[in-house]
Design a protein around this ligand. Structure first.
Ligand SMILES: [Zn+2]
Length: 412
């Protein structure tokens, strides 16, 4: 890959603080979440580079030669075949992030994060995850040739973390993490300390911890705009757990417009599970801060964050984009997952399908008009969640027949 020298700095999402690039994620003045800012708004697209590295000149690396790649990015944007008409929207597109190498959009974060790790000369990565982010960090960590430490939930099912373990990082379950927000906050604080003491890089997939790595996510928006031949969608439905995906997708469209490639930006809709809705509660109150909920009651893996780290950025996104928040119960999410499989041929995890459930709910209430061009971000592949697969097919009969009985189907 060819060398570039991208000029970037850090700025606070909450106050006016602005400073040179550093290994920090929170504002020195106000503790607000930092985001990466670029000296030049132009986005140079290099079609000869693979996947998301075609936008490498607008990612926070000093040299694209630091890139760690397994073939991430450039995922399909697929137009709906049947559901678009059934739901009643002019255009419905699915961004298939499950097509990334480890099966989710987290690969975009891991790719940029490991490149950052190399540039900072760090020796290992450390992260928290119940699944997708852990698998992504573990795979890209192997590729980067560094050690990894993954802290997961006390009640993490081995089936759920099996993919992470396959890549060989140190995996540890933390007591009370996953149902006690205090345990989660204290785990994050201690990981931060160990990383500072050991020259490791913290790669938790939230801007509040890893603003540089999170830059990888905005390339989803660049790709959507290019795949729509320069058009911008009217509305983008985004599954929300910690909130980083939602904020980064918005930033991508804002940057695409600032670069002169588009004249407008889409409205962003944040879809949370009804049983884990801290951001939705804050949005309803018109608050600019998100309070953790006492207990997560949703079973949708990947979206179970009682204390969403980037919640504040989601609230900013909804206000700036003219979008809104909504919640979906788990049953409707599982139903949307089955519809995507049976009517579109798309096998996604429940956390991805919640975006489609959001479109359906908003069409039913009329909040989403029928003449709009809509994109659902389908964040991860269906293989990720063995329990959800079992749930989807447990009522499907599996008759045992004799070989001769196959002939009974003749003439059907
Ligand atoms: Zn600040």
């Amino acid at each position: 890959m060819t060398e570039i020298a991208t000029q970037f700095s850090l700025e606070c999402s909450r106050c006016e603080w602005h400073g040179p690039d550093a290994d920090i994620s929170l504002c020195p003045d106000c503790d607000g979440i930092l985001v990466v800012a670029y000296a030049d708004p132009a986005i140079e697209v290099r079609p000869e580079q693979p996947g998301l590295w075609r936008y490498g000149a607008h990612l926070p690396l000093r040299d694209v030669a630091s890139a760690v790649s397994l073939g991430e990015g450039n995922t399909p944007l697929l137009r709906s075949g049947r559901l678009e008409q059934a739901i009643g929207v002019r255009e419905l597109h699915f961004k298939l992030e499950g097509s990334n190498p480890t099966g989710s959009y987290k690969d975009r974060i891991a790719a940029v994060g490991m490149a950052r790790l190399r540039e900072l000369g760090k020796r290992a990565w450390a992260a928290t995850s119940s699944g997708n982010a852990g698998a992504a960090m573990a795979a890209y960590g192997v590729r980067a040739g560094v050690d990894g430490y993954l802290f997961t939930l006390e009640k993490a099912a081995r089936a759920k973390i099996a993919q992470i373990m396959a890549y060989g990082p140190q995996v540890m379950a933390v007591e009370r993490m996953g149902y006690d927000p205090a345990a989660e906050l204290s785990a994050w604080a201690n990981i931060r300390k160990v990383c500072q003491a050991n020259e490791w890089l913290m790669l938790v997939t939230a801007h509040a911890f890893s603003p540089h790595a999170m830059e990888g996510v905005k390339t989803i928006s660049y790709e959507i705009a290019e795949q729509l031949q320069g058009e911008v969608p009217d509305v983008v439905y985004v599954p929300v757990g910690g909130g980083g995906l939602c904020a980064a997708i918005w930033r991508g469209f804002v940057e695409w417009q600032a670069a002169g490639y588009a004249t407008r930006t889409p409205r962003i809709v944040a879809v949370q599970p009804a049983g884990c809705d801290a951001i939705h509660q804050a949005w309803l109150k018109g608050s600019s801060k998100v309070e953790p909920i006492a207990e997560c009651k949703s079973d949708i893996s990947g979206l179970q964050l009682a204390a969403p780290a980037d919640g504040e950025l989601v609230l900013q996104t909804l206000a700036a984009s003219g979008g809104w928040s909504l919640t979906i119960d788990d049953e409707a999410t599982y139903a949307a997952q089955a519809k995507l499989a049976r009517q579109e041929g798309l096998f996604v995890e429940p956390a991805a399908a919640i975006s489609l459930a959001g479109v359906e709910a908003d069409r039913a209430t009329g909040r989403l008009r029928g003449d709009e061009r809509v994109v659902c971000v389908l964040t991860g592949i269906g293989f990720k969640d063995a329990n959800a697969i079992q749930r989807m097919v447990e009522h499907v009969p599996l008759p045992l027949i004799k070989a001769d009985e196959i002939l009974l189907l003749a003439g059907r």
